[in-house]
Ligand binder design. Structure first.
Ligand SMILES: Nc1ncnc2c1ncn2[C@@H]1O[C@H](COP(=O)(O)OP(=O)(O)OP(=O)(O)O)[C@@H](O)[C@H]1O
Ligand SMILES: Nc1ncnc2c1ncn2[C@@H]1O[C@H](COP(=O)(O)OP(=O)(O)OP(=O)(O)O)[C@@H](O)[C@H]1O
Ligand SMILES: [Mg+2]
Ligand SMILES: [Mg+2]
Lengths: 249, 249
């Protein structure tokens, strides 16, 4: 299954969720491909020790802008490969505008031939609803929308739903929402209210599993590793573990 | 003075800082224009009660895509006007690509004629380094870069510096960094380490004022108001107050 992890709202935990799901699945013995399509390249910088030496032709830049096969790199996590991103990806919208081909399907065209080698593909999306996110959705079976506490965060769901429906109508009829994941939950009234509003508005589509705010996650990223490797007993590691069980990937 | 509040990293506090600085200056009796150039329109939704009824022709969409004058709306905060954003702004990169004019200066062209009516102009930027951020930087005197604790957040400074220097070289020679604002500071080792790294790397350019993580901020946004109006005694309100004194606007 190919899953896009998305939200237009910045800083809600898209990269964290992508890395953690990929690592969790890899540790279960599954073959996983993590695709970083955000020009910040946060997933790439955590999982590829030699990321700074990688040229743009060896990143997803080559696939999106030059329609070349996906450059796949092994990572230190058992079973997990990665297609890294590149800062020049931020020029994609500009480049794709005048493309004559199906610009929404550049990722899909290169993913389809290799997807069979993996049990799961996870796509870490940028905090925008640009051609990159449209490419990710066109290549995906499901979208996992990440929401953290707050007014802006809840408000962002409307727009991502519109984008999901547009891609489903025009480019990928089988695209479905996997669910809404509530992250960075804390003990404040604001967090509880946010979760309540989310559950009232979207009921069955909200995962039962909640990811707590847990500084171990940030520490894991500083150490360029995933939370299972950094501290498997961390509250957030256990929560992501139960999310994997809930999604039954 | 015109200040862009920016970072490619999502969720670091750009919108919060923009709203709070504008509100703080307004309460000091200054005339302030807040420009929302992020298609999420978070600043707009907090400060304009009638935002949902506003058509795209009455937002910055008209300025950026149709080169019309900036639509200025009064807000409930004394002295603060707002130019709202619109979701269709997310198509800007696509639209501006084939523009024959100076596409980096569409905002500047319409801001210059009215900037004199205000003591300060603040621009809330999106979490991307696209034509919208380039327009904001081209129209600005200074850039305030927001950083919250974490590896991704610290890493994002390199790229925003590159964009600042590119705009300075090609479009706006007088553009300068105002400084780095550390926000959402908490009592974790990770937060202390992040601040230490920031201060070691950028020393004199880091504001002395630190903004603490403080749930009152999120509550203020839920109540569609600024922190000074919601709880002037909140830790974060006092911190933003001391930031205003430190910047001496
Ligand atoms: N459950 C959590 N508890 C505490 N910190 C977290 C948690 N999840 C993520 N973080 C931290 O919060 C910050 C934002 O998370 P992350 O970068 O994954 O979000 P994102 O949605 O990918 O951001 P962007 O929109 O910039 O791509 C990071 O510093 C990350 O380490
Ligand atoms: N000092 C703070 N303490 C606690 N919460 C905060 C603080 N500053 C901002 N927030 C909250 O954190 C979230 C992210 O802040 P904000 O939306 O201002 O960031 P942003 O950089 O504008 O995000 P984006 O990249 O999506 O534009 C919001 O829910 C906001 O209410
Ligand atoms: Mg990310
Ligand atoms: Mg914002």
């Amino acid at each position: 299954m190919t899953i896009s992890v998305a939200s237009q709202k910045g800083g809600v935990g898209k990269t964290t969720t992508s890395i953690t799901l990929a690592a969790g699945l890899g540790r279960q013995g599954k073959r996983v491909l993590l695709i970083d399509i955000d020009s910040q390249a946060n997933s790439s910088k955590v999982l590829l020790a030699d990321y700074p030496q990688i040229s743009k032709d060896n990143t997803i830049f080559a696939t999106i802008l030059e329609r070349k096969p996906l450059p796949v790199h092994p990572t230190a996590i058992p079973g997990v490969d990665l297609v890294p991103s590149h800062i020049l990806l931020s020029n994609t919208d500009i480049e794709l505008t005048t493309a004559k081909d199906h610009r929404e399907a550049r990722l899909k065209a290169q993913l389809d031939p290799i997807a069979g080698q993996y049990d799961h593909v996870i796509i870490d999306c940028p905090p925008t609803l640009s051609w990159l996110t449209i490419n990710a959705f066109t290549a995906s079976d499901k979208v996992l929308v990440v929401v953290s506490p707050g007014y802006f965060e809840l408000d962002s769901i409307n727009q991502i739903n519109k984008t999901l429906h547009e891609v489903k109508e025009y480019f990928n009829p089988s695209l479905e929402l996997l669910g809404y994941l509530f992250t960075m939950s804390d003990s404040t009234i604001n967090s509880r209210t946010s979760l309540q509003i989310l559950r009232q508005s979207y009921t069955s589509q909200v995962f039962n599993t909640i990811i707590p705010r847990n500084t171990d996650i940030r520490d894991a990223h500083f150490n360029k590793t995933d939370i299972f490797n950094y501290n498997p007993h961390a509250l957030s590691a256990k929560a992501y573990q139960s999310l994997l069980e809930e999604i039954r990937l």
